[in-house]
Design a protein. Structure first.
Length: 293
């Protein structure tokens, strides 16, 4: 049956192990093309070829409260559209997962009719299958061998799997803070901030920050349309709020927010705008650094 079948059933679709969203929810929430619009950026980064570390999930299934498994991963639009802008601005990207296992995408939301996405899928196909191992990067005491200017954490419910409780993710974010780099996170990506919830005697480093992200209110409503096969096992927004983060949105409207060096966005609707804002911020920071050398 086609992804955009005339069947508007609200029953989640069984994939042999877990459940993908119903045809009804896909009809209303999934598109075959993205809203990517090319932008011309300054050539300031043309010769330096600085990089962005992209941290993805390597886990596919989220076990819901009723025991059913939701087939998820990283959202392709939220992952790839920002990268189109990073590349246009002159930045290269390296893909990482916690153990170097393959990147998992929500394949049922892949915009297969989008030529730009097709090209980038071909370009990074090897890295998706064989990404860098975050554990190796954290264990390397000489991290200066690659000039990463930012860490990007894409969304998709998969960002809640294996990242929030991972000690290497914790060390990565602590490194980002210590080295004064940018942290970029879209949709459910901010769930990874929970990895630094316990920093010993130190205060939660993002206390007082404001973000846009995928709201818990929507995650609580999605099972009604069959997007998920049951109630979420937990809600990352609640946990972030308890730690002192303010989530600005209760709906998704394509909104982004910059708070110091943390840049966030609410959903795939924001992917294009988010990519542009991130690229502009990184280039402006690089320009400022060069002017002060």
């Amino acid at each position: 049956m086609s992804l955009f079948s005339n069947d508007l059933s609200k029953e989640p679709v069984f994939d042999g192990i877990g459940y993908e969203p119903s045809f009804f929810s896909r009809k209303t929430m999934v598109t075959t093309k993205t809203n990517y619009s090319k932008k011309k950026y300054s050539d300031i980064n043309k010769d330096t070829r600085k990089k962005i570390l992209v941290l993805c999930t390597e886990e596919r299934y989220m076990t819901m409260k009723n025991g059913k498994k939701f087939s998820t991963g990283n959202h392709p639009v939220e992952t790839l559209v920002p990268i189109l802008h990073f590349e246009q601005a002159g930045f290269e990207v390296d893909f990482y997962t916690p153990t170097g296992a393959p990147v998992k995408f929500e394949m049922w939301t892949m915009p297969y009719e989008d030529e730009n996405i097709g090209k980038i899928l071909d370009k990074y196909n090897t890295q998706f299958s064989n990404p860098h191992n975050l554990r190796d990067f954290i264990a390397d005491t000489n991290k200066g061998y690659v000039d990463y200017v930012a860490v990007f954490i894409p969304g998709g419910h998969g960002a809640m799997l294996g990242l929030p409780e991972n000690n290497d993710v914790k060390e990565l974010i602590k490194w980002v803070i210590a080295e004064d780099k940018y942290l970029l996170a879209i949709c459910h990506g901010p769930a990874a901030l929970l990895s630094v919830a316990d920093c010993g005697d130190a205060e939660f480093p993002f206390k007082g920050y404001k973000i846009n992200s995928f709201p818990d209110e929507m995650d609580k409503a999605l099972p009604e349309s069959g997007y998920q096969p049951g109630e979420m096992p937990w809600f990352y927004g609640e946990k972030l709020k308890q730690l002192g983060i303010e989530i600005l949105n209760k709906k998704i409207a394509g909104d982004c927010h910059v708070d110091r060096k943390l840049i966030t966005a609410d959903s795939p609707l924001a992917a294009d705008k988010f990519g542009k804002i991130c690229a502009d911020e990184l280039l402006a920071c690089e320009k400022s650094e060069l002017e002060h050398e």
